[in-house]
Design a protein around this ligand. Structure first.
Ligand SMILES: *Cc1c(COP(=O)(O)O)cnc(C)c1O
Ligand SMILES: [Zn+2]
Length: 388
């Protein structure tokens, strides 16, 4: 086992990692896996990596699945880090794009679900349930199918059509709800006992964040162990942001990187910006955002259970939180597409808008190295873009 145990991110209470766990049984906050880094470092060195498989399982020793158990994998991770071409010159920064649209099911949700479904299967789960605004559903459906486990998916009725169809075609049980992702989560919470579902919601089980942390390992490896100055991340539930930060700490303990961290920015939609509001108000946690609406369905998370973790990271890193209008995301998608040859998702587009705003506000200096996460593909959002 590479995991020593589970620890509550808020109260520190330890939990047994040899059985299925959701939230802290004392305070109800998310649990983190404590990785045995001393053991990991015996076989996993920076030098050992180039000869390994390209998927995120190349970081096997810092992932929770025991070494003799076969992962549930569709080839996730190992995505390109592209140097931006012309956008780079116009915005006067050293811009890189981590293109997560190349993952199975076309979004970075595949990273989290590969690891979380692997662990759920290993620990004996038979039926998995998830509330999703879109891409998490498609990823769970695919990995559950691959694992031979049932997937029960709850999505808002106005979820981008491609995700709904994709889930059905990969064998999931799909229920559409008149409401938001939080309403979908409440429906699962109501029924999970009687239906014997294991709840796979963002940060409500400990291993999706372990899959997402490989974003941090990959970023460091692809930049030759020199982290960028700034990271722009489209934040919904925040697993990628929180996972990367965990990866940076682990890599420092492993002696792979130093103390320097990127300034981490959470990019949200103006119609659903609970983290931006809390950040600006100086709060440690966020209140539910009223009347949440945005075409960037991955950002339509009015209340995130990991809010306090995100807020601490963006403050500790001297980063920030910024909101972007939907119309700007749509406009910039075509601009990025024409300049870079990438059909980005609205969430990824939001980061390009944020870059312009942060440059004008002089919060990003000229010449700084900036990494944008394009977390999914525009192909999943045809109804948003197909306007003639
Ligand atoms: C889910 C999602 C996000 C937000 O990710 P979190 O881990 O919830 O912060 C961003 N972009 C896309 C395309 C997504 O599907
Ligand atoms: Zn706790």
């Amino acid at each position: 086992m590479f995991v020593k145990g589970l620890e509550c991110t808020a109260c520190g209470l330890e939990h047994d990692s040899s059985r299925l766990q959701n939230l802290c049984r004392s305070c109800g906050k998310p649990l983190f896996a404590i990785v045995d880094l001393a053991a990991a470092s015996r076989t996993m060195t920076r030098e050992s990596l180039p000869g390994r498989e390209r998927s995120l399982w190349r970081y096997r020793e810092v992932l929770p699945l025991p070494s003799d158990v076969e992962p549930v994998s569709l080839g996730e991770g190992g995505t390109p880090l592209l140097r931006a071409s012309r956008a780079c010159r116009t915005d006067d920064v050293d811009l890189w794009i981590k293109d997560e649209s190349l993952n199975p099911t076309q979004s970075f949700k595949a990273r989290g679900m590969s690891v979380a479904v692997s662990m759920a299967k290993h620990l004996g789960a038979k039926k998995l349930a998830v509330p999703s605004a879109g891409n998490a559903a498609a990823a769970l459906a695919a990995y559950a199918a691959r694992a031979g486990i049932e997937a029960h998916i709850f999505m808002p009725r106005d979820t981008p059509r491609a995700n709904v169809v994709e889930c059905r075609e990969t064998g999931a049980h799909v229920t559409l709800i008149d409401g938001l992702i939080t309403d979908c989560g409440a429906e699962i919470a109501r029924r999970k006992e009687s239906e014997a579902w294991f709840d796979m919601s963002t940060l409500k089980e400990p291993y999706r964040v372990e899959g997402k942390k490989t974003l941090g390992y990959e970023l460091a490896e692809q930049l030759n162990w020199e982290l960028p100055g700034v990271v722009l991340y489209p934040a919904g539930g925040g697993t990628g942001l929180i996972g990367m930060w965990k990866a940076f700490d682990e890599m420092e303990t492993l002696g792979w990187i130093g103390k320097k961290r990127p300034r981490m920015f959470a990019v949200q939609a103006a119609g659903c910006a609970p983290i931006v509001r809390a950040f600006e108000a100086g709060e440690k946690s966020a209140v539910e955002f009223p009347n949440a609406h945005t075409i960037a369905s991955g950002l339509r998370v009015p209340k995130a259970i990991g809010d306090f973790l995100m807020l601490k990271i963006i403050r500790d890193s001297n980063g920030g939180a910024i909101a972007v209008e939907d119309e700007e995301m749509i406009r910039v998608t075509r601009e990025v597409g024409a300049k870079e040859g990438l059909f980005v998702c609205p969430e990824g587009a939001a980061c390009f808008v944020a870059l312009k705003l942060l440059r004008s506000a002089r919060k990003i200096a000229s010449g700084e190295r900036v990494v944008i996460f394009n977390t999914g593909s525009g192909i999943k959002y045809l109804e948003t873009y197909d306007r003639g």
